[in-house]
Design a protein around this ligand. Structure first.
Ligand code: CA
Length: 245
């Protein structure tokens, strides 16, 4: 079945363009022209991905993003007419997975949609190897640390035994860092590996996602799994239990 993309956008020209390119790339496209309609369609149609404009009538894109995130982890790609960094950070802060600044190239948009869906669905980049039917590949499917469990196949995370809901991007960042404890990742490495292409965004993007991730999995600065490596990037540190055993 073709993945279903919900486009929430009020500009006819852009709707037309997105319809054309996304359908041509094999996606099913449904369109809402304002935020309220977009939320209703999201609830009814359960799309695989949402393309969300920020400037919308009725309910703006930020608010739509906030509400969608309150009950769903559907990947969200935001469209912003402004090149204002604050706008982008605000969107990512609310749980969007990626953004594009208008005017964008439709091809670029399709490649980002593909990249997001690929990582959400755990599809390897380009190998023909069939990993899904290999039971041995399940051996390393979960990473277990004191107080933290990361199930790579089910894309589930538990903190102290309680499941926490991470956005697709937050999950991918955590999984990447935690699979190589103590290895230092630069922001550029994280962006390229998580997004799956040469990402043109700035380092703020990573910082915003890391900060959101920390709020969900860490109890405070003294209880960090993800350490900031000053001027370089981040690394995952296996946290020792506070009570020595
Ligand atoms: Ca608009």
């Amino acid at each position: 079945m073709a993945p279903k993309i919900l486009v929430i956008e009020d500009e006819e020209g852009i709707i037309h363009l997105l319809n054309l390119y996304l359908k041509d790339a094999g996606y099913e496209v449904i369109v809402a022209q304002d935020g309220a309609d977009g939320l209703a369609l999201h609830a009814r149609e359960n799309p695989d991905l949402v393309i969300l404009d920020i400037m919308l009538p009725a309910i703006d894109g930020f608010e739509v993003c906030r509400r969608v995130r309150s009950w769903s982890q559907t990947p969200i790609l935001m469209l912003t007419a402004r090149s204002d960094v604050d706008d982008r950070i605000n969107g990512l802060d609310l749980g969007a997975d990626d953004y594009l600044v208008k005017p964008f190239s439709p091809r670029e948009l399709v490649s980002r949609v593909r990249a997001i869906l690929r990582r959400v669905n755990n599809i390897p980049e380009e190998t023909g190897a069939d990993t899904t039917s290999n039971p041995a590949s399940g051996a390393n499917s979960a990473l277990s640390f004191p107080g933290l469990l990361i199930d790579l196949l089910a894309r589930r995370v538990e903190v102290n035994g309680t499941e926490v809901a991470l956005t697709p991007t937050e999950f991918d960042l955590l999984a990447l860092l935690a699979q190589s404890p103590d290895r230092v990742f630069t922001r550029e490495m994280l962006m390229n590996q998580v997004w799956g292409y040469d990402y043109l965004g700035d380092g703020h993007t990573i910082d915003v996602h890391i900060s959101a991730l920390r709020k969900k999995i860490e109890e405070g600065p003294e209880q960090r799994y993800i350490k900031t490596v000053w001027r370089v990037g981040y690394r995952f540190e296996v946290r020792a239990r506070s009570a020595a055993s």
